[in-house]
Write a protein that binds this ligand. Structure first.
Ligand SMILES: [Zn+2]
Length: 608
């Protein structure tokens, strides 16, 4: 059902008007869990419209609708409402409504809490207030008046303009002058809130813990000013610096819920421990103020722009507080989480299936994709690409190609290949590798064979660092892989004793060392083995090619003279066995040599 709604909304976007402003003026009564009031939508109509549409959950009754002050008739089909009549270019809709919301705004013992993204939904804003429920159309500003029974403290987006006491009830007037997406509008009210405040660069930090968690939240948010400093330095100043930042405790879905409401993150009870244990979750939600709130993914197929980014911000903050080791141990955890989800269902990061929208492929592989982009572009370019993206789309919405363009503008060339394989296609590379050294009298030639053996995924193009070590020397070099099977050669002045592929683990992958020289391999690596040794009349051997291609097989004597031309021509991928007569070969030691574009192999045998 959710899927149908999404499909419907996606088709009608861009719609016929631009939302300028939302006003939500509600009385929220936790006894008996009802809301009543007015939702205001101000819009700018493109061209002369004879009707205007918006969304409101069908659980809520509409008492009347006014268009520019006059009561108008309306038609309702499930969650969509159409208002008829000539629509002025600048119009204001006021929707008088009441009822018990079945989603979007939830009541429980601790109070009432909004959540427009739920574990099984992405568009629940209209389930509690009238709006055009699509990320693609952010309001330029919003104003809220929430009236709740005395004793409740009510937190919302932006700044608190005033509180008016009516005796048994209080009204909290909040407003924001920043653009805001529907799902980031939040209200949170509890008679157990104990607000405490702090500040950063003169901007208020407001926190709303439950009574029993006051000390714990105070301790958990100690690092918030440092997070704001750190992310502001990396991405540009905290976007809502004229208003505030804060966390409001919530206990939806067992307390595990956290949502990046603009300027007021909802933090589930689970995350409030007083130990700082979940500091990276606080960083994740705070970083969403840039990635998700300031720049909102235009529609959910582009959710990576929100969640991959915020997940990578966990890694960045880990690097900030604990160095590369802490960052890499987090990325390692992300990798296993992604691998386990990928084993159940493989799909691209772009346009993930609904049930995996909030899963490890989008979040954890998504974080890795940014880490790899940082490796491809280099630190300076990568971070200026993020700034460039924030500057060019801040306050609005974006799709993945917008971020790609911002990155390419800094990088100076196309990154299509990167986005194609990591965002629009599924899976990851699985490498088999092997390496050989030949001693050329004082100098050494090292051949590294790399083969991508993944199924159900493309052949990946990536720069990969190779580290070759000797007794006292180390060589670090970066090669570009772009074929299924490849060989890389180094001439070395030292005897290599070790080789590491991607020693700093910049690339999301699985990798396995395979013995290709001495053992048959089913992966189809280059391989040659003599099956009859010593031999008298017929030489049998087997060889394996990594791909279709040209190969030559010749027998030489120990002096290097050609003794027998066995085969020269095209051969297919895989293992081949051959048996050839050795007519005319005198007893002695010979060498069977295989030459191919993947390298050369030699095997000794004796004729008696
Ligand atoms: Zn997130």
């Amino acid at each position: 059902m959710i899927g149908l709604i999404i499909a419907l909304l996606s088709q009608v976007f861009p719609h016929s008007y631009d939302v300028k402003f939302y006003g939500i003026y509600l009385t929220i009564d936790p006894d008996p869990d009802t809301i009543f009031g007015v939702g205001e939508i101000r819009g700018f109509a493109y061209g002369g419209l004879d009707s205007v549409d918006f969304h409101l959950g069908s659980a809520l009754a509409v008492d009347s609708v006014r268009l520019n002050g006059s009561v108008v008739s309306f038609r309702r089909l499930e969650d969509t409402i159409w208002v008829s009549g000539p629509v002025p270019q600048d119009f204001t809709l006021e929707v008088f409504y009441h009822g018990h919301p079945t989603a979007g705004l939830y009541f429980n013992y601790w109070g009432f809490f909004s959540a427009c993204l739920s574990p099984d939904g992405v568009k629940d804003a209209h389930q509690w207030y009238p709006c055009y429920d699509h990320n693609g159309d952010k309001a330029d500003s919003a104003r809220f008046a929430y009236t709740a029974p005395k004793g409740f403290d009510v937190a919302a987006n932006g700044i608190l303009d005033s509180v008016v006491d009516h005796g048994d009830w209080k009204t909290f007037y909040w407003s924001t002058r920043y653009p805001i997406a529907n799902y980031l509008i939040a209200v949170s009210g509890s008679n157990y809130y104990v607000k405490f405040t702090d500040s950063w660069r003169g901007m208020p930090l407001w926190y709303y813990p439950f009574t029993y968690d006051t000390a714990d939240l105070r301790s958990d948010v100690q690092a918030v000013p440092d997070m704001l400093d750190y992310f502001s330095a990396l991405f540009g100043d905290y976007p809502f610096i004229d208003e505030k930042f804060g966390y409001a405790e919530s206990n939806l879905w067992g307390g595990g819920f956290a949502l990046e409401h603009q300027t007021l993150v909802a933090m589930g009870t689970y995350w409030v421990t007083g130990t700082g244990y979940h500091i990276l979750t606080y960083a994740h939600e705070l970083s969403h103020q840039w990635w998700g709130d300031w720049i909102t993914c235009q529609d959910w197929p582009h959710v990576w722009l929100n969640e991959g980014f915020a997940s990578y911000c966990e890694a960045l903050y880990a690097e900030h507080i604990g160095g590369i080791q802490k960052r890499d141990s987090l990325l390692n955890k992300f990798k296993s989480q992604y691998f386990s989800e990928d084993a159940q269902a493989r799909f691209p990061i772009y346009d993930p299936p609904m049930q995996y929208m909030w899963g490890h492929t989008v979040y954890k592989k998504g974080a890795w994709v940014l880490h790899m982009l940082r490796w491809v572009m280099g630190d300076a370019n990568f971070f200026s690409a993020l700034k460039n993206y924030a500057d060019s789309h801040g306050g609005g919405t974006a799709i993945i190609p917008d971020f790609q363009a911002a990155a390419e503008a800094v990088y100076g060339s196309s990154l299509d290949w990167f986005f194609q394989e990591w965002i629009y296609e599924a899976g990851y590379p699985e490498f088999n590798y092997n390496w050989f050294v030949s001693d050329a009298g004082g100098s050494y030639e090292l051949n590294l064979y790399l083969r991508q053996v993944q199924d159900n995924a493309p052949v990946f193009i990536m720069p990969i660092e190779i580290m070759i070590t000797g007794a006292t020397d180390t060589l670090r070099d970066t090669v570009w892989v772009n074929e299924r099977a490849e060989r890389f050669t180094w001439k070395l002045s030292f005897a290599p004793s070790g080789l590491a592929v991607d020693p700093c683990e910049w690339v999301l992958k699985k990798i396995r060392y395979t013995e290709v020289a001495e053992n048959p391999v089913d992966e189809g690596f280059l391989f040659l083995r003599v099956l009859t040794n010593p031999v008298s009349s017929r030489l049998s051997f087997s060889y394996c090619l990594p791909e279709d291609g040209a190969v030559s097989l010749r027998v030489y004597d120990v002096a290097g003279r050609l003794a027998l031309d066995v085969f020269s021509g095209q051969a297919s991928v895989g293992t081949h066995e051959m048996s050839v007569p050795l007519d005319g070969l005198r007893p002695g030691v010979y060498i069977l040599r295989l030459r191919s574009k993947w390298g050369s192999l030699s095997r000794k045998f004796a004729v008696y």
